[in-house]
Design a binder for this molecule. Structure first.
Ligand SMILES: Nc1ncnc2c1ncn2[C@@H]1O[C@H](COP(=O)(O)OP(=O)(O)OP(=O)(O)O)[C@@H](O)[C@H]1O
Length: 587
């Protein structure tokens, strides 16, 4: 249980000054508050004995007032010190987690759902914040405030009275401990159901269009209602124990008050203690409840913190399967590509996704990749981007193994437009200069023009400052794709990879964009995967993939002469285009 304090040792060491100040503040408050009831008791005794002079009353009340002001200042100080530290710990760990997430590979995000990762980043870190704040406070409280109060009860009032009246105290500790444990257990379950509901909300909002299209709203709503009911039931279970907690604690403290009244009156009657001492004792009793509850609470806070710390370190210890070379090449990848992958299977997949996929791309050339859906086009890109290492064969940039480059060097050398475009909920401009925020307006417009999206952006309510996504303008699929292309071009990388990145734009627009690319990227390399043959017919080489194997390769003319799948697809698509154009003229 206390091992969490050792595990967080690095943080306590880091913040030892403010913790020392905070703990001393707490101890000083404990001592001052133990003296106050004594003064009070003394005033009352002097009153009873008619020895109270105005001077001594003023002096003693003045002392109480000074103590109260000092305690106010000290309490403020320790709160700022200790709770300030606890939020600092949370932010340090949150930064570490986030930095770690950014380094992890695709496999990691496949394994952990977003909702779970968010739960770790919130609930577990909050539990650790409690340890570093409330936990330290409770430990100091129970040891020092509890200790000084008990000491004062025994030595400044009466040891016998203390003995008889504190009999129910162990009961208080046990009740606080066990009920706290039960609350924690139920609370954890309620968090789990909350996390499950969170995951569903996230999926539902993301997939709302799909759900609606398939008329699945009701079924989905029923599932969601089930989740909500589960959350409510589990929260109720927490409150059931929670509601019983306070009455039980109050009952036990009530019992100590009754015992004190009984024994106290008796001891006054036999002149063992004075009335003033009894009143002081009552003050001590009320000061004692909090440290006793703290003892029960400390155990639970530490246990929860321990479990959370283990979960967080577990996440942090997950290694990306991609290892950086010892002294990696830091210059962005460039030059010729030699792709010779003999075999690749996804880490959690059963079937080989690529087999003997070998191709070369000379610097400055364009490679086209076509093939059925699922034939492995995107997989080739994932390997070129070094999302996975587990293949047999070699991938080389400029004659050097991809694994000898740093991960940043690979991503910096490639402008990538993935199949599913993702834009950030920010302005069009910020989306375009995502990698390079220093771009001037002219440069941003230049890339937007190349991606044939400039005219569209000019029409948006606030031009390049228009927000995209939920808070701003809704974009068409084709507009999103073109902004994503502008963003990839703005990286000014050596390689441009377009993965079916023009599927949502019409053939004329596509032709214009490709023409622009051919023009400005004459000396740089481009790889285009597509279902539309017209997109790649100008490529220097085209490869046709089928079930992970290259079944045809050559230039457009060579492939047509081949009379295989490529020429057949080309003819079908030409025919389709003619039919479409015919339809347009007829219409
Ligand atoms: N993360 C993954 N884990 C396991 N299998 C995967 C994963 N991603 C893709 N696959 C499988 O690999 C195969 C090739 O997929 P890939 O996405 O490369 O095809 P594609 O040619 O790009 O298809 P499309 O034209 O539909 O985009 C498919 O059978 C697919 O199911």
């Amino acid at each position: 249980m206390f091992s969490i304090l050792r595990k967080l040792g690095w943080f306590f060491k880091l913040r030892w000054k403010s913790y020392t100040f905070g703990v001393f503040g707490l101890i000083a408050v404990a001592i001052l508050s133990a003296v106050t009831p004594l003064i009070l008791g003394n005033i009352i005794d002097q009153m009873v004995n008619s020895t109270l002079t105005f001077q001594s009353l003023a002096l003693q009340s003045g002392t109480i007032l000074v103590f109260a002001i000092a305690m106010y200042g000290l309490r403020y100080g320790w709160r700022v010190a200790i709770f300030g530290n606890s939020t600092l710990l949370e932010s340090i760990l949150r930064n570490r987690l986030f930095a770690h997430f950014t380094k992890m590979d695709s496999q990691f995000f496949h394994e952990y759902r977003t909702g779970d990762l968010m739960a770790h980043a919130t609930n577990d870190l909050a539990a650790l914040r409690f340890v570093a704040g409330g936990g330290i406070l409770s430990i100091t409280d129970s040891i020092f405030i509890g200790g000084t109060t008990l000491f004062s009860m025994i030595f400044f009032v009466d040891w016998k009275l203390t003995l008889f009246t504190t009999l129910p105290f162990p009961l208080l500790i046990v009740a606080a401990r066990y009920m706290g444990k039960a609350i924690n257990k139920r609370y954890r379950k309620s968090l789990e159901s909350f996390s499950q509901m969170n995951n569903r909300v996230q999926e539902s909002v993301g997939g709302m269009k799909v759900i609606k299209t398939f008329g699945e709203e009701e079924a989905h709503y029923a599932d969601f209602t089930g989740d909500i009911e589960n959350v409510i039931a589990r929260n109720k279970a927490v409150y059931q124990v929670d509601s019983a907690y306070s009455p039980i604690i109050e009952g036990i403290t009530g019992l100590t008050y009754v015992l004190t009244l009984f024994f106290g009156s008796y001891f006054i009657s036999i002149d063992r203690i004075s009335l003033g001492q009894l009143i002081a004792y009552f003050s001590y009793l009320s000061m004692m409840t909090w440290p006793l509850l703290a003892i029960g609470r400390v155990a639970n806070t530490l246990e929860r913190g321990n479990a959370s710390y283990n979960r967080v370190t577990d996440l942090l210890s997950k290694k990306s399967s991609l290892k950086e070379a010892k002294n990696p090449i830091q210059t962005p990848v460039a030059g010729d590509i030699a792709f010779t992958v003999d075999s690749f299977t996804y880490p959690d997949g059963k079937n080989e996704v690529l087999q003997n996929a070998h191709f070369q791309l000379k610097s400055g050339n364009t490679l086209g990749i076509v093939g059925h859906t699922g034939s492995g086009k995107s997989t080739i890109f994932k390997l070129l981007l070094r999302d996975y290492d587990g293949y047999t064969g070699k991938i080389k940039y400029n004659d050097k193994d991809i694994k000898h480059y740093s991960l940043d060097a690979v991503s910096q050398g490639i402008g990538y437009v993935p199949q599913g475009t993702f834009l950030f909920s920010t302005t069009v401009r910020e989306n375009i200069c995502f990698v390079n925020p220093q771009l001037t307006q002219e440069q941003v417009e230049h890339f937007a023009k190349l991606a044939d999206i400039h005219d569209d952006i000019e029409q948006f309510p606030e031009g390049y400052d228009t927000e995209v996504g939920e808070r701003g303008v809704s974009l068409s699929g084709g507009q999103k794709q073109r902004i994503a292309i502008a963003r990839a071009l703005a990286t000014q990388a050596e390689f441009l990879i377009l993965d079916d990145a023009l599927s949502a734009v019409d053939a004329q627009t596509e032709a214009r964009i490709l023409e622009n690319l051919r023009d400005i990227r004459r000396n740089e390399s481009t790889i285009i995967a597509t279902h539309r043959i017209s997109s790649i017919m100008h490529a220097d080489e085209i490869i046709v993939l089928d079930k992970g194997q290259i079944v045809e390769r050559g230039t457009h003319t060579e492939l047509l002469a081949n009379e295989g799948w490529y020429s057949q697809m080309y003819e079908e698509q030409q025919l389709q285009q003619k039919v479409d154009q015919g339809g347009e003229t007829l219409g």
